[in-house]
Design a protein around this ligand. Structure first.
Ligand SMILES: O=C(O)CCC(=O)C(=O)O
Length: 309
């Protein structure tokens, strides 16, 4: 495959037009999606968490990269962004053929520090088909899941630049048009472009396009806010019920509660049974947000009871 240009569009471009670009290229930049003031507020919400985050410590995640999660629990500004109507409109338009409901998949600030090496190019949809195996084991993929993932688009990703993204500081590298390559083919090096953009602009990309963080050969950190969405019937990468548990989620916007997963997807996907008291079996997930939950524990015999019983 040859190099294809990275399309840049105004942030208010209609979803249908953006979805067509995403179908063809797997990526597009939305110019000035957020104002400089919004970017500064997001950074000030998150700075203490970002500063405290330990570096990744593996070949894929890097050794000079931090990934700060639980953004829906931690940041009011990130909550607003996750339910921005421009994004939800695009998520619904692009993913509509593959699901009836959508949910949050990942919320993360990715900070690439000076000296970080280029990340292994990958497709994000591999999370569902890749085995968790020692690195030299074969096969690496479940072939059935891998094939199923080529028939659908399982996710839509956003990367809001919180600093300028430059080739030098590790802007995301993406290979436009690499979405339809067969599973045993990878794009050549010359197919990759750096998604250079000023702070406040946003790279939108699919789970099928090859991409990865660039190397940071600059003196400063590159920081991006990564919010990804997936189909209502797939497992979320970032376990939202644990990262944003009911005691926090109960006070959030109902649209966000639904995106976190606190709404059934379809007639019965995602119901739950409060373990105590008995009697409320097969409840709607919203119930977990309405009722203050008394803590439960298991006794020495493994039987369930309220903590104060
Ligand atoms: O930080 C980036 O630019 C991309 C990171 C990425 O693709 C990943 O960690 O999966």
């Amino acid at each position: 495959m040859s190099q294809r240009e990275l399309q840049i569009r105004p942030a208010d471009t209609p979803s249908e037009e953006l979805a067509k670009i995403l179908d063809r290229d797997g990526c597009v930049v939305l110019k000035d999606f957020a104002s400089k003031a919004q970017v500064e507020s997001i950074k000030s919400d998150l700075q203490p968490f970002i500063e405290a985050t330990m570096r990744s410590n593996d070949d894929f995640g890097g050794f000079k990269t931090t990934r700060t999660g639980a953004l829906m629990a931690r940041s009011p500004r990130c909550r607003e962004l996750a339910i921005d109507p421009r994004l939800l409109g695009l998520v619904e338009t692009f993913l509509a053929p593959y699901a009836n409901t959508f949910q949050l998949h990942v919320t993360q600030v990715i900070r690439v520090l000076p000296g970080e090496k280029v990340q292994l190019p990958h497709r994000d949809r591999w999370v569902w088909s890749q085995f968790q195996l020692p690195p030299d084991a074969k096969p690496e993929f479940n072939p059935v899941l891998d094939r199923l993932m080529t028939d659908i688009e399982p996710q839509l990703n956003t990367m809001l630049a919180l600093t300028d993204f430059t080739k030098e500081n590790g802007a995301t590298r993406v290979a436009p048009g690499s979405t339809k390559l067969p599973h045993d083919e990878e794009p050549p090096e010359e197919a990759y472009l750096s998604a250079e953009m000023t702070a406040g602009s946003m790279l939108v990309f699919t789970g099928s396009v090859f991409h990865g963080a660039g190397a940071n050969e600059s003196e400063g950190a590159r920081m991006g806010l990564n919010i990804d969405y997936t189909l209502g019937w797939l497992r979320q990468e970032d376990n939202q019920y644990l990262s944003c548990p009911p005691e926090i989620a109960k006070d959030l916007d109902p649209k966000l509660q639904a995106l976190l997963g606190y709404t059934a997807a379809g007639p019965s996907l995602g119901y739950f049974t409060p373990p105590l008291p008995a009697g409320r079996d097969l409840s709607a997930p919203e119930r977990a947000l309405r009722r203050p939950t008394k803590p439960v524990r298991l006794d020495a015999d493994g039987r369930i009871g309220f903590v104060e019983d």
